[in-house]
Design a protein around this ligand. Sequence first.
Ligand SMILES: CC(=O)CC(=O)SCCNC(=O)CCNC(=O)[C@H](O)C(C)(C)COP(=O)(O)OP(=O)(O)OC[C@H]1O[C@@H](n2cnc3c(N)ncnc32)[C@H](O)[C@@H]1OP(=O)(O)O
Length: 379
Amino acid sequence: MRRNAVAVVGAAETTELGVIPHMSQIQLHADAALNAIKDAGLKLSDIDGIATAVETPQQLAHYLGITPTWVDGTSVGGCSFMLHVRHAAAAIEAGLCKTVLITHAESGKSMIGKLPRSIPADSLQGQFEAPYGVYGPPSMFPIPVLRYMKTHGITHEQIASVAVFQREWAAKNPRAMMKAPITVEDVLNSKMIAYPFRILQCCLVTDGGGALILTSADRAKDFPNKPVYILGTGESVETPMVSQMETFDSSRAFRVAGPTAFQEAGITHKDVDHLMIYDAFAHLPLYGLGDLGFMPHEETGKFIADGNTRPGGKLPMNTNGGGLSYMHSGMYGMYALQESVRQMRGIAPAQVKDAKISVCHGVGGMFAASGTVIFTNEK
Ligand SMILES: CC(=O)CC(=O)SCCNC(=O)CCNC(=O)[C@H](O)C(C)(C)COP(=O)(O)OP(=O)(O)OC[C@H]1O[C@@H](n2cnc3c(N)ncnc32)[C@H](O)[C@@H]1OP(=O)(O)O
């Protein structure tokens, strides 16, 4: 895909975030979508492409009353929206549509208009993992981490520091759910959820959503906001079963998606001003830093614990507070995309000064899938 050929011209979250029991999931979708369309200065009828996961494109088109010429219902968990950006950019470049709405929302906390997730008995996970008690993220995600720690010499304190520094970012963000300062000791003394993860190392369960509007860069100058260009993208999948990962020391999907995006963008790691690494649980930024090639895995824990990703650090990461402190199950990867776009527009609550390149990396279905988008505000 050509660099900078497609731009984000609209971006918005739901009006409220957190606990929203008076809105159903599809209403949250519509709220995010209408806010993004307004942000782009468009009308609903201008949208000719829809990408969405969890709710299907047809449900969303019906609810919004539009008839798109291009749809994408790719649903690979939390990074679906990174893949939607990649697919939408390709579709716009190919002339299949002009203006794409990517939207995601969930009533993750209030469960209004949403069925609880279940693992089908006839799926691979249902047959070979769930019967052994590995059921759902808090019991699946922690399995590889002990092997990761042992192989790469990572300590519990280093992983706890991810939560501590993200809370520092969250304290600067009025919309973050959790803002009170925490220490490494607080994290390691908080309620045990699934060893080794304590509650402060697990993402929040919330209601909310967000949406993006993409169009060709040639048209982007006609929109009210500073365009944010798509410099590079990558995607991959490995396996839905944590027991079948090639290795616990690394994610194969990360190692494909991340470098593909860097290669497409034509940048090196030194060019990155701002980084979002999807943090459903506190260890994921370590895997991301290693697998995306920022540094060897052995150095990731020390790099974070030394404060390099905290406010004022040399690689600002998860600057809205991330899934651990901003909000998570509700927006999934959309919270990371929204923050990358805000940073590139220069309007983030904790704005990184002069940031020109933002890398946004997502994970889906535990380590099953991965998507990376590299944004820039310079054409
Ligand atoms: C799907 C993909 O593709 C990839 C992914 O993203 S997977 C991730 C999907 N999301 C998850 O798995 C969510 C993980 N988190 C959780 O399940 C829950 O937060 C949890 C099990 C960790 C805690 O739930 P719980 O024990 O029922 O806590 P709960 O009784 O709701 O709250 C107790 C207190 O802790 C707080 N709290 C709850 N979760 C918290 C969290 N994650 N971090 C910090 N504080 C939290 C609450 O605000 C509450 O505080 P008050 O007492 O002051 O009101």
